[in-house]
Write a protein that binds this ligand. Structure first.
Ligand code: CS2
Length: 507
């Protein structure tokens, strides 16, 4: 039997403290992945229980039909399991804030109707960094992106998130409605501003007056979202099934910690998320920067170095003394690049991060975090590295992370096993390796050091990834090449010994 509204609750399980079907929808959310289900949908569930209102969510899946099929068969219900870092206690909570999920591949009409509906006040998204099709150096849409190109030629039949948002806004303007608030919940710097600029650019290609209307009437608050959420596994589905005594194919698991900082700029109302723990501020930028550099940047370090050292999960990386030392140093280095925040002590925040990464009850795969490096590294590693270089702060941990990312992009491990690097710049990155190290085998053992330098230079010159000023720094090139040389020769341990020694003398 499946989890549905007919479910007879068993002791120890929390259920919505409201009747979901009594509440209409007010939010359309793109990207109903594990993160949305462990974060925004949970804040909304709490706000519905406390204050009621028509704030349930219509989800949209752009890529697949799986979650729509799973969740719709369960009347929108699913389970969130949270795991404590201190013991093996778990909380099990059924969430009722999602009403239905539509798959873009088959329900374009329903999605457009939801966007155009007067009831819709907020359109939010967690679609990953790459899904927007934005040229991040200009903030404009990237016309060479196939989804953007499709949507520009077929604005009435969009496939991508920017195309859908603009179509929805155009319908609302035609019907004399106000626009909705666009709330980007992806780990992008200045996410509200960035999406605003892309939406205005796209809309302007269709109609100048539409773009002007959006610019004056719509709101694009920035947000910082945080909760470590591993991808759902078959083991989790089995575990949840045995706790609920019914099957739940849409369940998620996450750490207990959760944070959401939001710029309070909504054009037509919002749920009372503050009573569910969200923090509303005038300017999210400092929080966003702190999280992107201290949490996500360190995550990328853990992912690439950990993967290359053969560690499957973040917690395994934290159990390795030399890697843990590096993680601790990197967190301190990243903190030094941040402005002082009134209510947050970055040293405490860093301590909490160490605890969260060490959580033995969370199985967060390094390979999951390693995905899409070309989209993540700029804000997590390259920007703070450049600032550190300019301020004479240590760059070693950024350099070794960059070398590890490049080595990871070879797509072949020390035993010669190939893996998919899962990156939108995969073609350009793989081409570097075939060009620099010979087409036969992507990696040759015992590469001479000049090879590492030329691989670094070639990666740094791929447009739109590494800032030019950083790429041109001789010091940066020499440090990344030094670490890459050791990694290409399968000597991770020496690379770690050098970086920890360097950081110890600077720290
Ligand atoms: C991770 C994030 O996969 C990744 O790139 O760094 O998903 C991270 O777990 C979340 O941002 C935590 O809030």
């Amino acid at each position: 039997m499946l989890l549905t509204t007919q479910y007879q609750i068993v002791p120890g399980i929390d259920a919505p403290a409201y009747t979901p079907k009594m509440h209409g929808t007010g939010i359309v959310h793109f990207g109903v992945g594990a993160f949305h289900r462990s974060h925004q949908a949970v804040y909304t569930d709490t706000a519905l229980a406390l204050h009621g209102g028509d704030w349930r969510i219509t989800g949209v899946s752009l890529q697949s039909t799986a979650i729509a099929d799973a969740i719709n068969q369960q009347d929108g219900l699913y389970t969130l399991l949270t795991r404590s870092p201190d013991d093996s206690s778990v909380t099990v909570r059924i969430i009722g804030s999602i009403k239905r999920v539509e798959a873009a591949s088959r329900s374009v009409v329903e999605i457009q109707a939801a966007l155009a509906s007067e009831n819709t006040k907020i359109v939010s998204m967690t679609v990953t960094e790459k899904a927007y099709g934005i040229d991040r150096s200009t903030g404009h849409i990237d016309k060479s992106n196939s989804v953007i190109a499709h949507d520009l030629s077929n604005p009435d039949d969009p496939r991508g998130v920017i195309g859908f948002i603009v179509k929805g806004l155009a319908l609302r303007k035609e019907n004399g409605l106000s626009p909705f608030t666009v709330l980007c919940c992806d780990n992008l710097p200045n996410n509200g501003q960035l999406i605003r600029s892309a939406v205005l650019d796209f809309a302007g290609q269709i109609s100048q007056s539409l773009a002007e209307w959006i610019a004056t009437e719509a709101a694009f608050p920035s947000t910082m979202v945080d909760r470590i959420t591993p991808a759902t596994t078959a083991e989790l589905i089995t575990e949840v099934g045995s706790r609920l005594l019914v099957q739940d194919n849409a369940c998620v698991e996450a750490e207990q910690f959760s944070q959401w900082v939001i710029e309070d700029n909504f054009c037509c109302g919002r749920p009372q998320w503050q009573d569910a723990g969200a923090i509303f501020v005038d300017d999210v930028t400092p929080y966003e920067k702190m999280k992107l550099r201290m949490l996500n940047g360190t995550h990328s370090l853990i992912a690439y170095l950990g993967f290359l050292c053969g560690h499957r999960f973040v917690r395994d990386v934290m159990a390795s003394p030399s890697l843990r030392l590096l993680v601790e140093s990197h967190i301190r280095c990243a903190a030094r690049t941040l402005p002082i925040l009134k209510n947050i002590d970055t040293a405490d925040y860093g301590q909490d991060l160490i605890q969260r990464f060490t959580n033995v009850n969370i199985a967060h795969e390094t390979y999951q975090i390693a995905m899409d490096g070309s989209q993540k590294m700029p804000q997590r590693i390259f920007e703070p590295a450049l600032e550190s270089l300019q301020l004479n702060l240590p760059i070693e941990s950024y350099a070794i992370t960059t070398a590890a990312w490049i080595r990871y992009c070879a797509g072949i491990d020390v035993e010669g096993k190939k893996y998919d690097i899962r990156d939108p710049a995969q073609a350009e990155l793989s081409a570097v390796f075939s060009r620099e190290t010979g087409a036969e085998r992507q990696l040759e053992p015992q590469l001479e050091p000049q090879r590492a330098e030329s691989v670094c230079k070639a990666v740094f010159s791929i447009p739109g990834i590494v800032p030019a000023e950083l790429a041109q720094s001789e010091w940066w090139l020499s440090r990344t090449s030094l670490y890459l040389d050791l990694m290409l020769n399968d000597d991770m341990q020496s690379a770690l010994t050098i970086v920890n020694r360097e950081l110890k003398t600077i720290d």
